[in-house]
Design a protein. Structure first.
Length: 185
């Protein structure tokens, strides 16, 4: 009798743990980035089951710096590094679904981190962290908004990318020191 109870209990525990792990993996959709259309919109090929189809993806939480052409170019260059890279996955931002014409969400890839552990890196977060875009609170899911704002604050403090350019533009122009006052026009 004890053995039956123990076996049943182990089966229940195993099924809950296994179901939880498989559910977490099912939410990520394998994609291949085909083209960077705009600084925050990509054309991808998504793989759902045996079906593959093309869809446009808007990066959640990313507001491209359209007023800063150099930074926009850097953002697109970073995204182009991921074109045709294997192992990219997509997950919808909280509040967005597959029924939308343009999918809104986060792109992940497996990276080897400093501590030699393989982990999933979020491309959207890397863009914010490098100062290549601002946080867009309208498209970021509620579960990620604080994390993205924290990364943006760090980029601002470190004057990375967009934040370094903005600071330089806001500084008053320096006066030229001249030993010849009559030489000035």
């Amino acid at each position: 009798m004890k053995r039956k109870v123990l076996v049943t209990l182990l089966i229940l525990i195993f099924s809950f743990v296994f179901a939880d792990l498989t559910f977490a993996q099912d939410t990520l959709i394998p994609v291949t980035i085909l083209k960077v259309s705009q600084p925050n919109i990509l054309t991808v090929e998504a793989c759902c089951g045996k079906e593959t189809f093309k869809v446009r993806v808007k990066l959640a939480g990313i507001k491209p710096p359209l007023g800063y052409a150099g930074i926009t170019d850097l953002l697109q260059e970073k995204l182009r590094k991921f074109v045709n890279m294997p192992g990219i996955t997509f997950d919808f931002a909280l509040g967005h679904t597959q029924e939308e014409k343009v999918w809104v969400g986060y792109l992940y890839y497996e990276c080897q981190c400093e501590n030699n552990d393989d982990t999933l890196a979020i491309i959207n977060a890397e863009i914010i962290e490098e100062g290549l875009a601002e946080v867009d609170p309208d498209t970021a899911g509620k579960n990620m908004i604080n994390y993205l704002y924290e990364l943006q604050e760090n980029a601002q403090v470190e004057k990375k990318g967009l934040w370094g350019v903005k600071e330089k533009l806001s500084e008053p122009p320096k006066k030229k020191d001249s030993n010849c006052p009559s030489c000035e026009r």
